[in-house]
Design a protein around this ligand. Structure first.
Ligand code: ACO
Length: 308
């Protein structure tokens, strides 16, 4: 018995903001593209429901996997920007999709949240408590963005992505590692004013070390080399960070997935959105070995190897 990703789905708000929409903040398309690779991002309307957007992503992941809602035993949503503080969005999404009374809860672990949720799903299936788990990452980062701060406003986007995690026969066993370091809370946090603050350059350096080092660790534990990766899907914060990580790992550029140009940094939604977009581009085939890596507020981090 092993555990695989059986399907993925994405949902983005309709409103597109290009880099030119930020020139009033004393920035430019050239600066943003050169430093981050970002060209545009999506923005959820102020009165819109994030749970509704997340439900669309989850519905598409279910359709892609062929797993029926009645066969989903757990729903886990990674988010830091839910519509309400309690209950979590997972309960609402499950009901909207007609999933019958699953274990359902939200996870908050910054941009690493999706990998924390995915690790839980794998453990639930490996222990026999579930056959299929729906894992979603959904964020409306515009709710916690200081729209007057060019250091952060240009980097962030809204969106939702989801995967169905399923029991399977044979094949590669997933290998995951998660961690955190609370001595570096000041690098990236949302405080009482409810706005995101960060020290970008210091995060950049930590991000490369954390994602490269932990991806090497999960590959080693799985008995694989970097050449075994069919696709490397890292948290889409900055194209330069991702390329620095792939160079450290020795993964060729054509095996690295990038959609940060289109969606910017969507925190917990980033990796499932990337997986769904990779699927739409026919980059995922049954048995494909995927390397996943994330870092974010905490600091927190995670890396994993799992098959499609
Ligand atoms: N336009 C123009 N100038 C800008 C902008 C902007 N949008 N933003 C910052 N600058 C300026 C700063 O004011 C600073 O100016 P100064 O030197 O006069 O003080 C300068 O650019 C900073 O330059 P660098 O430090 O060389 O910029 P760097 O190449 O590191 O790029 C960036 C900055 C894009 C923030 C990068 O460090 C980064 O991506 N860091 C990681 C960010 C991240 O991933 N955060 C975590 C995710 S956020 C979340 O979790 C939701």
């Amino acid at each position: 018995m092993t555990v695989t990703l059986a399907g993925a789905g994405a949902a983005l708000p309709e409103r597109v903001l290009s880099n030119h929409d930020f020139v009033h903040l004393d920035t430019s398309d050239e600066w943003i593209v050169q430093r981050t690779g970002i060209r545009e991002r999506r923005r959820l309307a102020a009165d819109a429901s994030l749970a509704e957007l997340a439900t669309d992503a989850c519905g598409r992941a279910l359709a892609d996997s062929g797993v029926a809602p009645r066969d989903i035993h757990q729903v886990v949503v990674a988010t830091s920007t839910a519509d309400r503080i309690s209950p979590g969005m997972a309960v609402e999404i499950a009901t909207r999709l007609g999933i019958d009374r699953p274990a359902a809860f939200d996870v908050s672990a910054g941009c690493s949240g999706f990998l924390y949720a995915l690790d839980h799903a794998i453990a639930a299936i490996e222990s026999g408590r579930a056959d299929h788990v729906l894992v979603c990452g959904a964020e409306a980062l515009s709710r916690i963005t200081d729209h007057t701060d060019r250091n952060t406003a240009v980097l962030l986007g809204d969106g939702a992505g989801a995967v169905v995690v399923s029991r399977a026969e044979g094949g590669l066993r997933p290998s995951f590692v998660l961690g955190s370091d609370g001595t570096r809370i000041d690098l990236l946090h949302v405080q009482q004013d409810k706005l995101l603050r960060m020290r970008g350059r210091e995060i950049f350096e930590s991000a490369v070390d954390l994602m490269a080092g932990h991806t090497e660790l999960v590959l080693e534990r799985a008995g694989l080399g970097a050449e075994a990766l069919d696709l490397f899907v890292a948290h889409q914060a900055n194209a330069r960070i991702i390329h620095a990580v792939r160079r450290r790992l020795g993964v060729p550029a054509e095996r690295v997935f990038l959609n940060v140009d289109k969606v910017a940094n969507t925190s917990s939604a980033s990796i499932p959105l990337a997986l769904a977009h990779a699927g739409e581009q026919q980059l995922l085939h049954p048995g494909a070995v995927l390397g996943l890596a994330a870092f974010g507020a905490g600091l927190s981090w995670g890396a994993g190897v799992i098959t499609w």
